[in-house]
Design a protein. Structure first.
Length: 294
């Protein structure tokens, strides 16, 4: 097969330029501004920025409310990731086995990923409403059995379920693709040897899905730290008593409501570093346990 070459590199540059412009405007420029604000402090009533070095970072790391946000964010990330991946795997197994209605599962499970996070938060806010939602029936049994407006644990559970539901569709697509890429001869051989359905799933299909598990683990944990603002803002606004004050939402409240731009920028740099470290850790240690088959 003959390769096609550009005789004039200007055409290639023109094709790449829009993507490079988007990356610069929406990633590198904001990142540079955040770095500038993280190490400077705006003068009262304007008048420029004063270089303060690591003072903003030290102030953030010595704030107890910030560490509370770190703990809440880690709990949210682990819980929502485990719930989203578990639900998606079960649904993907049902669709892959072509049980009755599998085409409905396959098409219907993709749609939720197209819904924006604020819309998901609004829907689940009504579902978990202690006075009018589905969960309000629990309060008819006993008063205040479910009350996320006052109980921090209930509020955290509520945003975990909403965040997991948002990611189920994305995980479902990849799990189903992974299951369908496994040769049918492998599972048929297991069935001929007398292995039950659950045994075939556990011993044959799940080990072969290890690369898919690893990919989705990285994506889900990263998204849980960076793409949860809309859900928290609509459902709880960080309350009650900062029980759902995730890192990404605390950056927003400190910067845009508290007008602490330097502190918010320092928090964003720490969050970006945390996400990078988590990703490196997963590739460095968890990927070692993943076996790719070819």
């Amino acid at each position: 097969m003959r390769r096609a070459y550009f005789k004039d590199n200007r055409i290639a540059y023109l094709l790449v330029a829009p993507q490079l412009l988007i990356i610069f405007v929406f990633f590198y420029w904001p990142t540079g501004e955040a770095l500038f604000w993280a190490f400077t402090l705006e003068q009262p009533w304007g008048g420029g920025n004063e270089w303060v070095g690591l003072d903003n970072l030290n102030a953030v790391l010595s704030d107890g409310r910030y560490w509370n946000a770190v703990v809440v964010s880690v709990i949210f990330a682990l819980a929502s990731t485990a719930l989203a991946m578990g639900m998606a795997l079960i649904l993907a197994i049902f669709a892959d086995r072509q049980l009755r209605g599998y085409k409905f599962y396959r098409i219907g499970m993709i749609w939720p990923y197209a819904i924006a996070a604020p819309a998901v938060g609004l829907a689940f806010r009504f579902v978990f409403n202690p006075d009018a939602g589905i969960m309000s029936y629990l309060n008819t049994i006993s008063a205040d059995v479910w009350n996320p407006t006052l109980n921090g644990t209930h509020a955290l559970i509520m945003i975990v379920v909403a965040g997991a539901w948002k990611q189920v569709a994305y995980n479902f697509i990849f799990f189903l693709a992974g299951l369908q890429s496994i040769p049918k001869s492998i599972t048929e051989a297991g069935a001929m040897d007398g292995a039950s359905v659950l045994r075939r799933v556990r011993d044959l299909q799940l080990p072969l899905l290890a690369p898919t598990f690893f990919f989705l683990l990285v994506i889900n944990i990263t998204d849980s730290f960076t793409d949860s603002f809309g859900i928290v803002d609509v459902m709880t606004q960080g309350g009650p008593a900062r029980a759902t004050d995730l890192l990404v939402y605390k950056i927003y409240t400190d910067g845009f409501k508290g007008l602490d731009y330097s502190g918010a920028a320092a928090q964003s740099i720490i969050l970006m570093s945390l996400v990078i470290l988590l990703t490196v850790f997963q590739f460095r240690y968890i990927e070692r346990r993943v076996h790719y088959t070819g």
